[in-house]
Design a protein around this ligand. Structure first.
Ligand code: ADP
Ligand code: MG
Length: 263
């Protein structure tokens, strides 16, 4: 099977992109899938959260983007969790400037992944919190986008910018990209507002919303400081169980796409 490349994107920070990438990678790996994370965020949170020291990187996704190294040379194995990582640190921010005058600067990641794609069933791209050239590289490489959204009042703010960017990417360069799904994150059962927003998102976006809802769960927040996915750090926590359910739902979605599936 050809590998599926999924960009996890939302230009808002703190919505659960990185938490989703790391835990989905571990969840898919538990289900026997071969997974690579591409960390495109200069903060390197997915790198650290996978137990890889970002300050010690000799080769990172930065070198891959500017053409100084291959994905094979940059790739590392997560300390636990059973997946691989193309790691990042603050250097990656520099790639943006350095690529400005280069040809096909939005296609760097897509080209680079060609070398390793056949080794993976899923490649999950952790995008930075902005619609910049790095995110664009993620969207150009991807087959689909997963959009995490916090169940709070401003959830929809900025979504139209992301959808507009997707439309441009589709028109100009990557016609096949689609929205795989919106993921409701940091859901608080005790909050009426959280319940209302979760329900509204489901009503409005229907089958584009994952049924699985990710609860607000302190174990998910603690895990990165141990360099582990929440799913490995505390597999019985509600957060870990939700991400396990998400991995299963995603496989069902991708491996048996429904007839009503629309763009
Ligand atoms: P993003 O990558 O979109 O900026 P993160 O995944 O880094 O978002 O999440 C932002 C913060 O919230 C992090 O400190 C993370 O540990 C925490 N967090 C993410 N998801 C949850 C959750 N479901 N429950 C509790 N804390 C969470
Ligand atoms: Mg992040």
């Amino acid at each position: 099977m050809k590998s599926r490349i999924i960009a996890i994107a939302n230009q808002k920070g703190g919505v659960g992109k990185t938490t989703t990438v790391v835990n989905l990678a571990a969840g898919l790996a538990q289900l026997g899938r071969r997974v690579l994370i591409v960390d495109l965020d200069p903060q390197g949170n997915a790198t650290m959260g996978s137990g890889i020291a970002k300050h010690d990187l000799e080769v990172s996704v930065y070198h891959v983007l500017i053409g100084d190294a291959t994905a094979l040379e940059a790739r590392q194995t997560a300390r636990e969790g059973g997946y691989d990582v193309l790691p990042a640190n603050r250097d990656v921010g520099g790639a943006e400037l350095e690529l400005v005058h280069e040809l096909a600067r939005e296609q760097r990641l897509k080209t680079a992944l060609g070398l390793v794609a056949q080794e993976y069933d899923f490649i999950l791209v952790d995008c930075p919190p902005s619609l910049n050239l790095l995110t664009l590289n993620g969207l150009v490489a991807a087959d689909s986008v997963l959009i995490p959204m916090v169940c709070e009042y401003y959830a929809l703010e900025g979504l139209s910018d992301l959808v507009g960017t997707l439309r441009k990417v589709r028109a100009a360069i990557n016609p096949k990209i689609e929205i795989l799904g919106l993921l409701r994150t940091m859901f608080d059962v005790r909050s009426n507002l959280s319940q209302q927003v979760a329900a509204q998102l489901a009503q409005h976006f229907r089958d584009k919303v994952f049924e699985t809802v990710i609860p607000r769960n302190v174990r998910l927040a603690e895990a990165p400081s141990h360099g582990l996915p929440g799913l490995v750090y505390d597999p019985t926590s509600r957060g870990a169980q939700a991400y396990q359910a998400l991995a299963a739902e995603l496989l069902a979605r991708i491996e048996q796409p429904s007839v009503s599936h629309t763009h």
